[in-house]
Design a protein around this ligand. Structure first.
Ligand code: ADP
Length: 452
């Protein structure tokens, strides 16, 4: 059974064939117009009927190639058939161009140098051996015709009126020039291609090396942050106990210092949690987590509850609005990362006594989640950058000393790993809204007829 070409190869080949067809229509128009003009002006005595017939044949062939391209796009052609059609096109182009040039003065015609472009074009798709084979065939054809014309075996169609000097004297340098240009271009294009391929292979090796290093780095971050989290959480617990008076009465000065220490350890814990999420998200890129249908309302309420103390410290009202039965295919961890980070930021970058809300609604095949705040907002020119790793806006750096610039990149990765997308709308001084769109069905579900 004939093998089908794979999708990327098929798309690339069809793209090149489509491009060749466009080039051929341009050539067809150009040749037809030039012939008509030459005939009207009566510049040369040429076999016009034959030349128009060749041009017409070029148009007809291009029409049939267009039909083949349509079949190829529908995927009904095998790899061999597609490659065969492409070879047929290149051969037709060579033969037709050869006859057009032969009947219009051959080596006298400056358009004979167009063969060079043909060789360059073949190198776009064929390997070096095929390019050399085409160049070699052309050299033989040109040299053979040149010899045949010289020996009088075939007629020479003159382009220029008879000028002084012999045929050999006029045309030998032209033939030598054309042949050397053809060979040099074939050599140049194939060596450039080979070099690019070698560089591409080297880049792939380097990329693999960097990916490995990145993995080692993520694992290291994960281990270190896990080790740090335990003791720091314990220190935070001791601070709380002391603040509640469990360790005995403290002086007002000691209480003030304790509160400051508690605030700093809480910030440290947030940073550690972000680093853990960051390393976790990186590891999830390889291990695709098993997803199940998650009820959004429960997850939203859970996350808001976790951040209630942080909101209460600034007297910020947290609001949720989500239909009871709204579900998305996800993992609880990923939804927690997304909502936790966005709501945490909304509280962090909002003034006291404002409102932060999380709304979710079904919109066609997607669920649209909005995390809205009435905070300081983000400068328009910084909107694109906030999803970059370690980026913090200028205002954020002045307002909030603590922050890693990792929260939003983590959120973006989490959303994308669920085949969703995220965007932000913000107005300075009025607030920001983060929009998340998650598909209701998984990609496999969509293809499964039982789910339709
Ligand atoms: P950070 O640790 O600094 O909060 P994030 O990656 O979570 O890092 O956010 C990146 C930057 O995006 C923040 O430094 C802040 O400037 C901006 N930002 C994020 N969320 C908001 C928001 N709700 N309102 C205003 N600015 C925000």
């Amino acid at each position: 059974m004939a093998s089908k070409i794979d999708s990327s190869e098929y798309t690339e080949l069809n793209r090149v064939i489509g491009w060749f067809i466009v080039l051929r229509w341009i050539a067809f128009g150009g040749v037809a117009a030039t012939l008509a003009a030459v005939r009207l002006l009566g510049l040369y005595e040429l076999p016009f009927a034959l030349l128009f017939a060749i041009t017409g044949l070029l148009g007809l062939l291009n029409l049939s190639f267009t039909a083949w391209l349509r079949r190829g796009k529908r995927g009904v052609l095998s790899r061999r058939e597609t490659a065969g059609i492409f070879h047929a096109q290149v051969v037709c182009d060579f033969v037709l161009l050869f006859f057009l040039v032969y009947f219009t003065g051959f080596l006298e015609n400056p358009f004979c140098y167009f063969f060079v472009f043909h060789i360059l074009l073949t190198a776009f798709i064929f390997n070096s051996r095929t390019v050399y084979a085409y160049a070699g065939a052309l050299v033989v054809l040109i040299a053979g015709t040149f010899l045949a014309e010289y020996l009088g075996l075939v007629p020479h169609y003159r382009l220029w009126s008879a000028t002084a000097g012999s045929y050999l004297g006029q045309n030998l340098p032209r033939a030598a020039g054309l042949v050397s240009i053809l060979l040099i271009s074939a050599y140049l294009i194939t060596s450039i291609k080979r070099r690019l391929e070698e560089q591409g292979q080297r880049c792939e090796v380097e990329l693999d090396r960097y990916k490995n290093l990145d993995k080692i780095k993520s694992n290291f971050i994960l281990q270190v942050t896990h080790e740090l989290r335990g003791p720091i959480a314990a220190v935070s617990g001791y601070h709380e106990m002391l603040l509640r008076g469990i360790g005995g009465q403290c002086t007002p000065k000691a209480l003030d210092l304790l509160r400051k220490a508690d605030h700093r350890t809480d910030n440290l814990l947030t940073i550690i949690d972000e680093m853990i999420d960051y390393a976790y998200m990186k590891s999830q890129e390889e291990v695709r987590p098993v997803r199940s249908r998650q009820g959004l309302r429960g997850v939203i309420e859970e996350n808001l509850e976790l951040l209630e103390t942080q909101a209460a410290a600034k007297q910020i009202t947290l609001a949720a609005n989500c239909p009871k039965d709204l579900c998305v295919p996800a993992t609880r961890d990923l939804l927690k990362i997304i909502l936790g980070n966005l709501v945490h930021n909304a509280i962090k970058y909002s003034p006291p006594r404002s409102t932060v809300s999380v709304t979710a609604q079904a919109e066609g095949p997607e669920v649209h989640i909005l995390v809205r705040d009435e905070g300081y907002g983000i400068e328009p020119e910084e909107l694109e950058k906030i999803f970059d790793e370690f980026y913090r806006t200028r205002a954020a750096r002045q307002l909030e000393r603590d922050g890693t610039g990792l929260g939003l990149p983590i959120v973006k990765r989490a959303v994308e790993s669920l085949a969703g997308r995220i965007s932000v709308y913000s107005e300075l001084g009025k607030g920001s809204t983060f929009h998340i769109f998650l598909p209701v069905l998984e990609a496999e579900d969509e293809q499964d007829p039982d789910h339709r």
